[in-house]
Design a binder for this molecule. Structure first.
Ligand code: ZN
Length: 427
C-alpha cells in the first residue's frame, strides 16, 4: 500500500494548509462543530502522486480514510496543536464511480462509491456509542470496548481481575457520536413505466447529521457495507447492504441541464417570431388527443411556469399554477395526465384511490428497525420543482384531500408530530 499517515500529512500540508489552520482554530476555541476537511477528489487528490492515493481510496476506503485522519493529526498548523478526532471527507468523485442504486452488487461491498438520489426518509439525530465504558461487577474496574457493529459488544474479560462475569454499561462515560440514518431513493423521473423505485439506507455520523430533509436531492459518497440479516438472535447467510456516508453533496433543486444545440437555438428564435406560437405549443401537447385546445394551452402554460412575486410586506405569491380537470369518464383526462408525466422533466404520478394525506405530503412514523422517529416524504415533496399528477382525486377521502391545500397555496408542507418539526417544500 502506498497510503500511510505520512503521505497524507504531506498531501494535506501541500493542498489544505488553510483548512488545517481553520481546524486548529476550532480546537483552540473549543468549537465542537465541523471537525472535518473536505477533499476535492478530482481537483486535488487525483493529481497528487500520480493519483495513487485516489486509486487506493476507491479500493480500500476503510484503511485509507483512517490513514488520512491520522495524517491530519500529524500535520503542521499555526497553533501547533494535535488535530485529534478530525475526519477527512471526500467529494466530487468521478462520474464513473456514480453507481445507480439498482446496480449495487456484491462487487461494490467495501468499496468507495458515489450514489445520487432523492431523500425519502430521515431519522432523528441521536447519539451512538463508539467506545463503551463498562464497570466490572467483581472488582469495580473500568473497561473500555471499541464498538463497530449495531449490537453492543461486551468486554471479553476484566483486565484487572480477569473476571468474565457481570459488566455494567456506563453510558455517560462512553464515547458517543451523533448519528442519523437516511433513506435515498432513485429519481422518480428516471424510472421506466411500472418500475418500482429502489432505495438504500445511508448511515451518517458527526457533522454530517441533521443536514438534509426529505425531498432534497443529494449525492452521497461513502463505503458500501454488508451485514448478515438477523433472524431472531441468529444470523443468516443473506446480507443487507447500506452505505456508510463519508460526505454529502446537496444538489441545487433545478431542472437538469439540457443540451441545447445551435440549431435548437435557431429554431427557438424562429418560433418566437411566429404569431401562432401559442396555438402551436398547445397543439404539441398530447397531439394524439383531438380537441381540448383550452386544456392543452393551460397545461402548456403550467409546464412553462411563472415567476414567484415578493410583495413589499415580505409575503410571497407563488409563480406556479394548478390545474383541476373535471369531466365525464372516458374523455381522456388520464391520457392527458400520463402525457404530462412522460414529457415533464420532473414529475410524480399517483392516483387518488387509496392515497392518504401522508402518502401525498409527509409523515412521521416510528422506524421498523430501531424504533427511532423518522420523517418520510410523500409524492408532493418528491415532486418539488416539478409536476405532481393526481388521478381520480374525487376517490380520495375528503380529510386526505384537504392535506393538499397548504401544499398547493403555500407550497410548503409542515409536519409537527412526535417532536419532529419540519417544513418541507412542494413547489
Ligand atoms: Zn474486574
Amino acid at each position: 500500500m502506498f497510503s500511510s499517515p505520512e503521505v497524507w500529512r504531506e498531501f494535506f500540508e501541500s493542498y489544505y494548509q488553510n483548512e488545517l489552520n481553520r481546524l486548529a482554530d476550532a480546537i483552540i476555541s473549543l468549537d465542537g462543530a465541523g471537525r472535518s476537511i473536505y477533499v476535492d477528489f478530482l481537483r486535488d487528490l487525483a493529481i497528487f502522486r500520480e493519483g495513487k492515493l485516489a486509486e487506493e481510496l476507491l479500493e480500500y476506503p476503510e484503511k485509507v480514510i483512517e490513514d488520512a485522519s491520522k495524517g491530519i493529526e500529524l500535520a503542521f498548523n499555526i497553533h501547533d496543536v494535535r488535530l485529534e478526532n478530525c475526519v477527512a471527507r471526500f467529494m466530487n468523485l468521478p462520474l464513473t464511480r456514480r453507481i445507480l442504486i439498482r446496480d449495487l452488487r456484491s462487487e461494490h461491498v467495501s468499496k468507495f462509491i458515489s450514489i445520487e438520489g432523492i431523500v425519502r426518509k430521515v431519522t432523528e439525530v441521536r447519539p451512538k456509542i463508539v467506545r463503551a465504558a463498562f464497570l466490572c461487577g467483581a472488582c469495580g474496574n473500568e473497561v473500555m470496548v471499541e464498538q463497530d457493529d449495531v449490537m453492543l459488544k461486551q468486554p471479553y474479560e476484566c483486565r484487572n481481575c480477569q473476571s468474565k462475569g457481570r459488566f455494567i454499561l456506563l453510558p455517560e462515560k462512553s464515547e458517543k457520536v451523533d448519528s442519523q440514518r437516511i433513506r435515498i431513493q432513485e429519481y422518480p423521473e428516471n424510472l421506466r413505466g411500472g418500475e418500482q423505485p429502489q432505495t438504500i439506507d445511508v448511515y451518517l455520523e458527526g457533522d454530517l447529521t441533521g443536514k438534509v430533509n426529505p425531498g432534497d436531492r443529494v449525492v452521497v459518497n461513502g463505503i458500501v457495507k454488508a451485514r448478515p440479516r438477523a433472524y431472531g438472535s441468529k444470523k443468516l447467510l443473506h446480507m443487507d447492504i447500506h452505505v456508510e456516508g463519508n460526505s454529502l453533496e446537496i444538489l441545487q433543486q433545478e431542472y437538469e441541464e439540457f443540451e441545447i444545440t445551435e440549431e435548437d437555438v435557431k429554431k427557438i428564435l424562429e418560433l418566437s417570431e411566429d404569431p401562432r406560437l401559442y396555438e402551436k405549443v398547445a397543439d404539441s401537447i398530447a397531439p394524439i388527443i383531438y380537441g381540448y385546445e383550452t386544456i392543452k394551452l393551460a397545461i402548456a402554460l403550467q409546464l412553462f411556469g411563472g415567476v414567484p412575486k415578493k410583495l413589499p410586506d415580505g409575503s410571497e405569491i407563488r409563480g406556479d399554477i394548478h390545474i383541476l380537470l373535471v369531466g365525464d369518464p372516458g374523455v381522456a383526462k388520464s391520457q392527458m395526465l400520463r402525457y404530462v408525466h412522460r414529457i415533464a422533466p420532473r414529475s410524480v404520478y399517483t392516483t387518488g384511490k387509496g392515497t392518504t394525506s401522508a402518502g401525498l405530503t409527509a409523515t412521521a412514523t416510528r422506524d421498523e428497525v430501531d424504533g427511532r422517529w423518522t420523517l418520510e416524504a410523500g409524492a408532493l415533496v418528491l415532486a418539488d420543482k416539478g409536476v405532481a399528477l393526481v388521478d381520480e382525486i374525487d376517490k380520495m377521502r375528503p380529510e386526505d384531500r384537504s392535506a393538499l391545500h397548504e401544499a398547493m397555496e403555500q407550497q410548503t408542507i409542515s409536519v409537527a408530530k412526535a417532536g419532529i418539526n419540519a417544513m418541507l417544500r412542494s413547489r
